[in-house]
Ligand binder design. Structure first.
Ligand code: ADP
Ligand code: MG
Length: 473
């Protein structure tokens, strides 16, 4: 999971790049508001568009913020359950209920009158959602699907049952389980917290039998439910995204390459670069079909992201393995805001309301998204000045800011850059029917240039320095 929700009263972890505005996670405002129903800022009927459906989003991070933006364009009302009034999404929403998503009364209150209830994170306890459903609330996705995004072991078992490609894995309840697994996979161990991890927190790669044993002993002692899986040799990471309606229609986006740094998404390239070979094309086609199958088999509604590893099989052919699932808009889908007919945020709203889904045709032959992750220090140059500098150098850069306070490693925003239609030449667009009217796609060099530019722009927003030393004339 790429975004950590905050709860009123919960201690924010120091490097938490999560979804709630920096100083306010666990702030007095959030805690007081959450603890006394009389203090809640109640739903604001005057913020509702007459005759239009209300969608409740549980969560207050950047994903909810950008969903709100899509809701505005569609004339929908998006109501939030937020931990704090100045959380990323709460800043931008007219109808905010302050509360705690683990408190059944708060969740029930925010769900009242909603045409659909959905989420920007996976952490609402399923018992609460079951109660809502029993009360007749339309919860999308449903807990029976959501459990596969909440618990990595449940997900691994279910996907194996479905015949989806997963690495060897094991439930770890003792040190002996872990050392046995270590031996079985020749030391290639990836240890994971079954629940609650995000941005690589909750993922460990212990070196050797002893380190595996001591790490597992520590974590079990702390009460962390664990699983282990084989550490995969990655060629690259991919993300296959699909949206599905409760009545069954589903639409996939082209598969994206995602670059993770220290367990955090740093960059996404859409569509995933493809050398045009049969093997490479087959991998992307299979990945897309897999996402559609998983959405259907698990009964996922709304947006599903299937995080994938590309590796090679024994014969050296490209092969995909599922990493994990997210059932909400996803960081690797942000490119759809600027490079696709229908953004993931709009599509999620349409899907959870069971309304016709939008085209996933590309509006640019390639789109690169680079995350703005808080640097080691907060630069003296104010953010608006940094944005101006980026726009001066790259007028095509689209900057998305989440309204969150700086913290090292925190997701503060992202930049997308697209290759203008008509500029591309050479190469092949993997799915020509989606290809912005083009039959040829961008060259490797064009993609590399765009990636470099997006990285430079995001880097400047992080530390007010051009990594390549560029200076205006
Ligand atoms: N089995 C594995 N083999 C190799 N790398 C892995 C494995 N599992 C996870 N990773 C790396 O760690 C990152 C985070 O793991 P993930 O399970 O997606 O956790 P999170 O919930 O924090 O996103 C992945 O994107 C990948 O880079
Ligand atoms: Mg992940």
């Amino acid at each position: 999971m790429s975004d950590a929700p905050a709860r009123p009263g919960a201690d924010p972890t120091p490097a938490d790049p999560g979804t709630t505005a920096g100083s306010t996670a666990g702030s007095t405002a959030g805690r007081d508001a959450g603890s006394a129903a009389g203090d809640w800022r109640l739903a604001r009927p005057e913020a509702h568009a007459p005759g239009m459906p209300l969608v409740t989003v549980i969560g207050d991070g950047q994903l909810a913020r950008m969903t709100q933006q899509a809701g505005i364009e569609l004339g929908l009302t998006v109501r939030l359950l937020a931990a704090a009034p100045d959380a990323s999404a709460a800043q931008a929403t007219g109808d905010v209920v302050l509360g705690d998503y683990t408190d059944p009364a708060h969740v029930r209150a925010v769900a009242a009158d909603a045409a659909a209830v959905t989420f920007d994170h996976e952490h609402v306890p399923n018992e609460i959602l079951d109660e809502l459903i029993a009360d007749g609330v339309n919860v999308q996705p449903q807990p029976s699907a959501l459990i596969n995004a909440q618990d990595k072991l449940v997900m691994r078992r279910r996907l194996r049952e479905l015949g989806a490609p997963v690495p060897p894995f094991l439930d770890i309840t003792s040190v002996e389980d872990a050392t046995g697994f270590h031996d079985a996979v020749d030391g290639a161990v990836c240890l994971k917290a079954r629940r609650g991890g995000y941005d690589g927190k909750g993922v460990w790669f212990p070196e050797g039998r002893e380190e595996t044993a001591s790490l597992v002993a520590d974590l079990l002692e702390q009460g962390v439910p664990l699983m282990a899986e084989k550490k995969v040799t990655l060629v690259r990471e991919l993300s296959a995204m699909v949206a599905r309606r409760p009545s069954g229609e589903s639409v996939a986006w082209p598969v994206v390459e995602s670059v993770q740094r220290d367990g955090v998404c740093a960059e996404a390239v859409a569509p995933a670069p493809c050398d045009g070979s049969d093997g490479a094309r087959a991998v992307l086609r299979d990945a897309e079909a897999l996402a559609v199958d998983v959405a259907r088999e698990l009964g996922v509604t709304g947006v599903l992201a299937v995080e994938l590893f590309e590796t090679t099989d024994d014969a050296g052919q490209p092969q995909i393995i599922v990493n994990e699932l997210a059932m909400r808009p996803h960081n690797t889908g942000h490119w759809t805001q600027d490079g696709c007919v229908t953004s993931q945020f709009e599509q999620h709203l349409r899907a959870v309301l069971d309304r016709p889904l939008g085209s996933t045709a590309l509006t640019a032959p390639v789109t690169v998204m680079a995350n703005v992750l808080g640097g080691a220090t907060d630069p003296a140059t104010p953010l608006p000045e940094r944005m101006d500098e980026v726009w001066r150098r790259f007028p095509g850069a689209r900057i998305h800011v989440y309204g969150k306070e700086w913290r090292p490693g925190r997701k503060l925003g992202h930049v997308t850059m697209t290759l203008p239609v008509g500029v591309a030449g050479g190469g092949v667009v993997p799915s020509p029917e989606r290809g912005a009217g083009e039959t040829t796609g961008p060259s490797e060099e064009q993609v590399a240039t765009l990636r470099a530019q997006a990285r430079l722009a995001a880097g400047y927003l992080v530390d007010a320095e051009w990594e390549d030393g560029w200076a205006p004339e």
